[in-house]
Design a protein. Structure first.
Length: 273
């Protein structure tokens, strides 16, 4: 397994505003592919969340995945998109995260949201890759494709369409982002607010110039949110990014409650400092 540097345009070496940031980050994937080739070996696949959540609610810079996929396929490998957390319209602008990067994966993996808490997952691939399993190799799953799971998944798709939840995620997410940006203007602890639709992250920092992660402060904030009746969590390598990924029925009133509560907690933290 080879790990490429995450294409983080806030904290990484290539920052927002650099039009070539995506291509530069993709270059590191190219370096891995070249090193493996020079060692006389091949690569099977490249896999990434199309917007890394555990990595800190990261939004890849434009053209990153397009350039990565081009390099990976040229090396004879397949491209896998993890859409577990960002698929099904959560981003608002697109139904799938990979669409925001203008790419089409060879394999897409889906998880929990497909069943709205019903245990369900899925793998989607090309006819060519699917046919490659018809070679005598046995694949077996006692839970594969049972009718109850399929009914749950179809019901989720019906609700997403009939209740316009993708459009709702876009509308509410834009409003929420605007209100969070106002907090960023008033509180230096808030270094960055990023994301799309109802997939947002608040990057807390101790210094906006050095972008030193405010890990302890983030822990304080999420625990105070919990005490106020709002469940949140932290993510990212430094656990300083407050992860916002609510149900798609989240409303503007819910956003207002969150922002008001967060503002009061930030004032507490500032007073303690």
């Amino acid at each position: 397994m080879h790990v490429a540097p995450i294409a983080d345009d806030y904290r990484g070496p290539y920052r927002r505003g650099d039009a070539q940031a995506g291509a530069k980050y993709a270059g590191h994937v190219g370096e891995i592919l070249e090193r493996v080739r020079d060692e006389g070996r091949g690569v099977a696949a490249y896999i990434a969340e199309t917007l890394p959540s555990v990595g800190g609610q990261i939004v890849f810079p434009p053209n990153y995945l397009a350039e990565v996929y081009r390099r990976v396929r040229a090396a004879g490998a397949v491209c896998i998109a993890d859409e577990v957390q960002v698929g099904f319209g959560r981003l608002g602008t697109h139904f799938w995260g990979f669409e925001t990067q203008g790419v089409v994966p060879d394999i897409v993996v889906l998880g929990k949201p497909i069943g709205n808490a019903f245990p369900l997952s899925a793998v989607i691939t090309t006819p060519e890759i699917a046919a490659s399993f018809a070679n005598g190799m046995e694949f077996f799953s006692t839970f594969g494709g049972n009718p109850v799971a399929c009914a749950a998944g179809l019901a989720v798709l019906d609700v997403l369409r009939d209740e316009g939840l993708q459009e709702r995620a876009l509308r509410v997410g834009k409003y929420w982002m605007t209100e969070l940006k106002k907090l960023q203007d008033c509180h230096r602890l808030v270094g960055d607010v990023r994301g799309s639709g109802l997939f947002l992250g608040i990057d807390l920092v101790r210094d906006r110039e050095t972008r030193e992660p405010a890990t302890e402060e983030a822990d304080y904030v999420v625990n105070r949110l919990r005490e106020c009746g709002i469940l949140g969590g932290t993510d990212g390598p430094h656990h300083n990014v407050i992860k916002l990924r609510p149900p798609l029925v989240f409303s503007e009133l819910d956003a207002d409650l969150f922002v008001t509560t967060l503002e009061s907690i930030l004032q507490e933290d500032a007073a303690q400092a």
